[in-house]
Design a binder for this molecule. Structure first.
Ligand code: XIL
Length: 340
């Protein structure tokens, strides 16, 4: 049958997944499993690095760049004829920036120091791959999900957060005049995301007012069946998306997976519940012609970041991805196929 990427291509989209090389210093991630590599080749038209292009991976210290692990993934994609997205030039979140940066001394003229740090990074990273990577999550998660305000980082001690983002996007545009520059975040349609959605809207409005070159909103799409659910705010979400596209932004689904914490343990019913929830979400998102590429944040349950990040209370593995531990397709795979 057709691959997920074949199906996506019928509507001018691409389907892809993240892939990772594992913990720093090891090669134990999804990439190391040959069955996983085969699955990526079978289903995907593009890949994204799970961690290998973040500051934590590329910048062991202030004056060192380390591209080795990113190169492993890029070389694989090239060999297999798969496209590659960039993630991310600036994850504007102290929790995910390297420790050295969070305590960095930006020198006698810290405003200049911040600007130089950001522009050097974009020039080096986006510049090195400009012939291979034309779509970047330029900035990731700059809006605080609880308050809707901009996150504070080492950079914002000296420069307002909006300016930090503007500097980064402008440099990205200079390096990639034709590139797709994306603001990526995890506001979602479940209850509890209203402030996050509002904050992202204010940020996107500000970009337009200031002429910041941003082409699309990356909707991470870590969707979740909440306890007693599924529950989602479809009308509020559509108002949000309508405002986003109304400002002329494109859309991408950048990190799709389904957190099944709210579903009882039984596997058959759980897999169906996950699939139904995904179908409702993807049908809604793909009803927007502005929605472009669709990427899963992992293809196989046992390798998903959710196993560690949000384990189920019954300790059973999350069944959040399109394929099970034996690389067999699950109802979620069929739901994605049906939506595409
Ligand atoms: C996650 C990775 O999957 C984990 O391996 C890592 O420990 C933390 O980051 N939003 C994002 C992604 O933008 O970069 C995150 O990836 C998941 C949430």
């Amino acid at each position: 049958g057709p691959s997920l990427n074949d199906l996506a291509r019928q509507s001018g989209r691409r389907f892809g997944s993240c892939v990772g090389t594992g913990r720093p210093g090891t090669l134990t991630g999804t990439f190391a499993d040959p069955a996983y590599r085969d699955l990526l080749v079978a289903e995907c038209g593009l890949l994204v690095a799970e961690n290998e292009m973040k500051w934590g991976a590329l910048r062991p210290s202030a004056d060192l760049f380390s591209f080795d692990r990113a190169e492993i993934l890029l070389n694989f994609a090239k060999e297999k004829g798969l496209a590659f997205r960039g993630h991310t030039l600036l994850w504007h979140h102290v929790k995910w920036l390297p420790a050295w940066l969070n305590s960095h001394d930006f020198g006698a003229d810290p405003v200049k120091g911040v600007e130089k740090m950001l522009t050097d990074h974009v020039a080096m990273v986006a510049g090195s791959y400009k012939n291979r990577i034309t779509s970047w999550d330029v900035v990731n998660e700059a809006v605080d999900a609880d308050t809707g305000l901009m996150r504070e980082t080492a950079f914002t001690r000296h420069v307002p957060a909006e300016t930090v983002l503007d500097i980064t996007f402008h440099k990205a545009r200079e390096v990639l005049p034709q590139g797709q520059l994306v603001y990526n975040d995890y506001m979602s349609w479940e209850p509890g995301h209203a402030k996050h959605r509002d904050g992202v809207l204010r940020l996107l409005e500000g970009f337009r007012k200031r002429g910041t070159p941003v082409d699309a909103l990356g909707v991470q799409s870590h969707i979740m069946v909440i306890d007693g659910g599924p529950r989602y705010e479809e009308a509020a979400w559509k108002r949000f998306i309508d405002e986003v596209v109304g400002m002329g932004y494109g859309l991408l689904i950048t990190e799709f997976d389904v957190n099944d914490k709210g579903l009882p343990g039984d596997i058959v019913a759980r897999d169906q519940g996950v699939a139904d929830y995904a179908r409702a979400y993807l049908d809604m998102m793909l009803s927007y012609k502005q929605t472009g590429d669709v990427l899963a944040w992992g293809m196989v349950d046992k390798y998903s970041w959710l196993q560690g990040f949000t384990p189920r209370t019954d300790k059973k593995p999350q069944r959040c991805c399109p394929y099970d531990e034996n690389f067999q397709p699950k109802p979620l795979r069929e739901a994605i196929a049906a939506s595409l």
